[in-house]
Design a protein around this ligand. Structure first.
Ligand SMILES: Cc1cc2nc3c(=O)[nH]c(=O)nc-3n(C[C@H](O)[C@H](O)[C@H](O)COP(=O)(O)OP(=O)(O)OC[C@H]3O[C@@H](n4cnc5c(N)ncnc54)[C@H](O)[C@@H]3O)c2cc1C
Length: 492
């Protein structure tokens, strides 16, 4: 396709861009600017060529949130400068391509830690804020957006605006979690969390059902700083929801006699080898023979048995990085899911309905014979961001292998689970999504919320420049849906 004036994007920019779950790959014109000026030039090129622009950070969204097939993808990873750091007050100013890894490594030596971290450190902070990611402490600290003080947003027309809770608060609460649809963060100011040790005190113990794990979380929420559950999703119906909890708390000042040492990056760093022998980079190959349902059933069973016996109620001190980024311990673990890749299906359900809803999800999986190889359980609280995925309740994240021979069953199972989640008043999360339809998205967000977002989208991006495969899948009618338009104009 060429633009109105015949302008063509250079073919040399065409690259394959993949979803993190490796289940979708597209061709896109990839630009990697290192300055705001470079960003603007890419926007001009896209506009001249009649293409839309999708934003991409670390590409760690499981589905199509940072893909933009046959259009422009702006890869922000070169905009990775730390602009200002105030080690007395823990306030940092960064470019959007700064990774979470760079951020924690930069601040920890001064006794600070990012208040909210995801399960991998390879995300960029622009992408993290774009999705308003949460951590294992969501019930206490809220999503990352609650710790953002201010940001600059590059708009589709090339101008920049500064937003905070005081200045254009409507955009502040919508662009955080706005999945790159309102503009591109070019500068983010955040507050870090004070820590007095590089260690956490971690307690691990087994639980036998969804109702038990939820009860334990309710009991421990007040005292523990982090809570996360692993669920054995291949256990049969009698053991549905069994798993293991990891509960962690920060150490108080004076509790760690070697705080100076444990707060060093070298102390935190994940080791390069397992048992000092096996290079981490090849560890996923040991899992490969188990990359089928019986193999994963065996691994999950063994993990649960170990958790319920030798590992039950073990308390250890663990570094922040080791606790937070467990998945990064085994680089490339996702390759186990090849050739089809994986989807992650994470749903957020109000506390009163969560155990029953997740039990039903497991029953649906068994009925359709599609089994998640990994299940992760977390506690959440509500927040004030427009497109929020959180509820006052629990989430269950399920990793499903994608195989041609069971693709139809997986799709049917997911549709059935969506119905159950919506009936329970639950929500979904764009960072993990690969399967929602427009109707599902509107059902959980609510017509009113979608309309408010649409109003901002049309104000800040009247030509619909910012798009991704996800935005087209879920909100293709933003600029064409006459059913929405009259109501929209009323609120303007
Ligand atoms: C192993 C693993 C573990 C994870 N654990 C968690 C977890 O514990 N909690 C959680 O909440 N999420 C988790 N995630 C999801 C991840 O945190 C989010 O997908 C996050 O958005 C990824 O950041 P990214 O830099 O890779 O962004 P991308 O995936 O590249 O992009 C994410 C979104 O942000 C937009 N975007 C990117 N840069 C900008 C910018 N500069 N300005 C505006 N918008 C932008 C993109 O258009 C896209 O919509 C996990 C992902 C993986 C792979």
């Amino acid at each position: 396709m060429n633009g109105a004036n015949g302008f063509l994007l250079p073919i040399s920019r065409l690259e394959k861009v993949q979803s993190w779950g490796m289940n979708r790959e597209v061709l896109a014109y990839v630009y990697r600017p290192s300055t705001v000026e470079g960003l603007r030039e890419a926007l001009v090129d896209a506009r001249n060529a009649g293409r839309s622009v999708g934003l991409r950070g670390g590409g760690c969204s499981y589905g199509d949130a940072s893909l933009n097939a046959e259009n422009v993808v702006l890869d922000l990873t070169r905009m990775n400068r730390i602009l200002k750091w105030d080690p007395v007050n823990g306030i940092i100013e960064i470019e959007p391509g700064v990774t979470l890894q760079r951020l924690w490594q930069y601040v920890i030596g001064d006794g600070w830690w990012p208040p909210v971290v995801s399960g991998t450190m390879f995300v960029t902070m622009g992408g993290a804020v774009g999705m308003n990611y949460h951590g294992k402490n969501n019930y206490k600290m809220g999503p990352v957006g609650e710790h953002v003080l201010e940001f600059d947003l590059l708009l589709a027309d090339g101008s920049e605006i500064t937003c905070s809770r005081e200045q254009r608060a409507d955009i502040f609460y919508a662009a955080i979690g706005g999945f790159g649809m309102l503009g591109c963060f070019t500068r983010i100011v955040m507050k870090m969390k004070r820590v007095y040790s590089g260690l956490l005190e971690v307690d691990a113990f087994a639980t036998s059902s969804f109702s038990e794990i939820a009860r334990v979380f309710e009991e421990r929420m007040a005292e523990d700083d982090y809570l996360v559950g692993w669920i054995d999703c291949l256990a049969g119906s009698r053991h549905s929801g069994r798993g293991q909890v990891h509960a962690a708390r920060y150490l108080h000042a004076g509790e760690d006699p070697n705080a100076h040492q444990t707060l060093q990056v070298a102390y935190q760093d994940l080791p390069d080898t397992l048992f000092g022998l096996v290079p981490k980079s090849i560890m996923w190959r040991f899992l490969k023979p188990f990359s089928n349902d019986p193999g994963m059933r065996l691994i999950n069973w063994a993990k649960y048995m170990a958790a319920a016996t030798i590992g039950n109620h073990k308390t250890v001190r663990q570094s922040h990085a080791a606790f937070a980024f467990l998945l990064d311990y085994v680089p490339n673990w996702k390759l186990v899911y090849l050739p089809g890749g994986l989807i992650q299906y994470q749903t957020f359900v109000p506390a009163a309905h969560a155990a029953a809803c997740f039990d039903e999800q497991m029953a649906i999986c068994r009925r359709f014979r599609v089994y998640p190889w990994l299940g992760v359980f977390k506690r959440h609280r509500t927040d004030n961001f427009l497109m929020t995925h959180a509820v006052d309740g629990y989430s269950l994240a399920l990793d499903f292998p994608v195989r041609p021979r069971h693709a139809t069953r997986l799709q049917q199972a997911v549709e059935e689970m969506n119905r159950v989640v919506l009936e329970s008043g639950g929500r979904f999360y764009f960072a993990k999504d690969s399967t929602l339809t427009r109707n599902d998205a509107v059902a959980y967000l609510g017509e009113e919320t979608v309309r408010k977002f649409q109003v901002l989208k049309q104000e800040l991006d009247p030509t619909n420049l910012w798009q991704t495969d996800l935005s087209r899948r879920l909100f293709d009618t933003w600029y064409s849906d006459t059913a929405h338009r009259p109501a929209l104009q009323e609120t303007r």
